[in-house]
Design a protein. Structure first.
Ligand SMILES: Cc1cc2nc3c(=O)[nH]c(=O)nc-3n(C[C@H](O)[C@H](O)[C@H](O)COP(=O)(O)OP(=O)(O)OC[C@H]3O[C@@H](n4cnc5c(N)ncnc54)[C@H](O)[C@@H]3O)c2cc1C
Length: 468
């Protein structure tokens, strides 16, 4: 006899486990199937362990610059094994936390590799392989939250020795001396920043004309300068045509802007060219679940074209972010439970890069807003005009706001500099509440804080900035 549930969730990343908790809160009998570790990529191999590593490199950077704060820190060094161990412990702590949350919320955790074998009016069915054993589950609704994995280069597979994916890059057993990072999205830039701050000689290759290509052009340009100043070599409009590992390194065949092809040898390379959704071999084809370039197609509530099958998170497409996955999970579950949730608004999902300096944004870039035909008011305020930034020794960066000149709607906000990944939420709330420039201007910001720059940027858009 199969165990029967109101809802079974396949995959326990930030999409799946958050959906499970919300389902339990709403009184649904819920099970979650996981083949690896509770918490998915985010907790175990993504968001959290990378931030633990980046915290180390940030502190290391400050220690090396201790003198500028009037401090003495002689013989500054590090123990790589201990750095990795700390990051793994942080991931482990959160994995244990999710285990606890599943228990507290009476969510049944089924370990194993799941396949969806039935759906629709006759009811959903899943088979879960646990070694030699197979467990059968039945559910009125199934949410697919199987996430994604690193995309390989067509001509080179990660071997974990010289060529790394993010998984290898997160648990290095040796420090790269000369590192090639392939791809300049958030993941590539974060690893480049970490390894550069830890002393590696880092090069980033990017096919597109600028790094962090989804960000506002001014942010990309600022990051280009900042990272170059830190010693990172940035090769944009540059293609990688080959990657050959050897015992001592990895030789890259690089095609430059001008078409010239050259070879350079690195100690290690990290492939950070995007992800592939985990949609194969989980029963979707047989059930006729529609996909688009591998990603499951859903409506604003997470419904697929097959009755009773839902999908959330990375498996449904961009932006590939943990908070997007969790939010989609909550919407889907509330809909399943008969509620009236709002539909997912992808225009209001913040994106953050936790490099040094940090990058954060929400909404339209200036170029996209222009393309959409808006008449704009654009404000920009530099960190150098902010007392707290100067006191922190972090006077590098800016806050940019883009308004619809006709209505005062905040169309987008783009920030680069210290702690902007914490600041961005102020603008996300403002956008969610459909706040206009007038209300933002009337808001009192605490002094001295970095957030005052958010106020100043709005004032600047209307020619009223005080401190610059
Ligand atoms: C290095 C790195 C850094 C990142 N940093 C950030 C960040 O700072 N902020 C941010 O928002 N996002 C970040 N991300 C992205 C974030 O990790 C993902 O967007 C997020 O994890 C997606 O959540 P998800 O629930 O869709 O899937 P996942 O977290 O991928 O979870 C899917 C789960 O499903 C399981 N699974 C798959 N198939 C099966 C099956 N057949 N049976 C059973 N279980 C299965 C997998 O084992 C996995 O545990 C980062 C990613 C990486 C790689």
């Amino acid at each position: 006899m199969a165990d029967t549930y109101d809802l079974v969730i396949l995959g326990s990343g930030p999409g799946g486990y958050v959906a499970a908790i919300r389902a339990s809160q709403l009184g649904l009998k819920v099970a979650i199937v996981e083949r690896e570790r509770l918490g998915g990529i985010c907790l175990n191999w993504g968001c959290i362990p990378t931030k633990a590593l980046l915290r180390t490199s940030e502190i290391y950077h400050y220690m090396q610059n201790a003198e500028s704060y009037g401090l003495k820190a002689d013989n500054v060094g590090f123990d790589l094994a201990k750095i990795v161990d700390r990051s793994r412990k942080v991931a482990g702590q959160l994995n244990a936390g999710v285990k606890g949350l599943m228990k507290k919320n009476k969510v049944t955790v089924v370990e194993g590799v799941g396949t969806v074998t039935g759906a629709g009016k006759t009811g959903g069915k899943l088979s879960v392989k646990q070694g030699d054993k197979t467990v059968e589950l039945e559910a009125k609704n199934i949410i697919v939250a199987t996430g994604a994995r690193a995309r390989d280069l067509p001509f080179a597979k990660a071997d974990g020795k010289r060529i790394w994916t993010y998984r290898h890059a997160m648990v290095p057993t040796e420090m790269p001396t000369k590192l090639l990072v392939i791809g300049s999205g958030a993941i590539g830039v974060e690893f480049a920043s970490f390894y550069n701050d830890m002393g590696a000689d880092v090069t980033i290759v990017e096919m597109l004309p600028r790094i962090l290509p989804v960000e506002d052009e001014e942010v990309s340009a600022f990051m280009d300068k900042a990272l170059t100043k830190q010693g990172i070599k940035l090769l944009t409009q540059t293609g990688l045509e080959g990657l050959a590992p050897s015992a001592n390194g990895v030789t890259a065949k690089i095609k430059a802007k001008d078409g010239k092809v050259s070879e350079e040898t690195f100690s290690h390379a990290i492939i950070a060219i995007g992800i592939v959704p985990n949609t194969e071999n989980i029963g979707l084809e047989a059930l006729g679940v529609e996909t688009d370039r591998g990603h499951i197609k859903t409506d604003g509530y997470g419904r697929t074209n097959v009755d009773g099958i839902w999908a959330i998170g990375d498996v449904t497409g961009a932006p590939w972010l943990a908070h997007k996955a969790s939010h989609e999970g909550i919407i889907a579950v509330e809909k399943i439970a008969g509620g009236s949730p709002h539909q997912m608004d992808k225009a209001n999902i913040p994106g953050c890069t936790y490099s040094r300096p940090q990058v954060a944004s929400v909404g339209m870039t200036e170029a996209k807003a222009k393309e959409a035909g808006y008449e704009l008011k654009v404000g920009k305020f530099p960190f150098i005009g902010n007392g707290k930034a100067i006191a922190l020794g972090e006077a590098e960066g800016f806050v940019k706001t883009v308004f619809d000149a006709k209505t005062g709607e905040l169309l987008g906000a783009h920030m680069v500099g210290a702690e902007v990944t914490e600041l961005i939420q102020g603008y996300v709330v403002a956008r969610q509440l459909e706040t206009t420039e007038a209300e933002l201007m009337e808001t009192v910001f605490a002094h001295p804080t970095l957030s005052e720059m958010m106020h100043e940027s709005v004032l600047a858009a209307y020619g009223r900035a005080i401190h610059y």
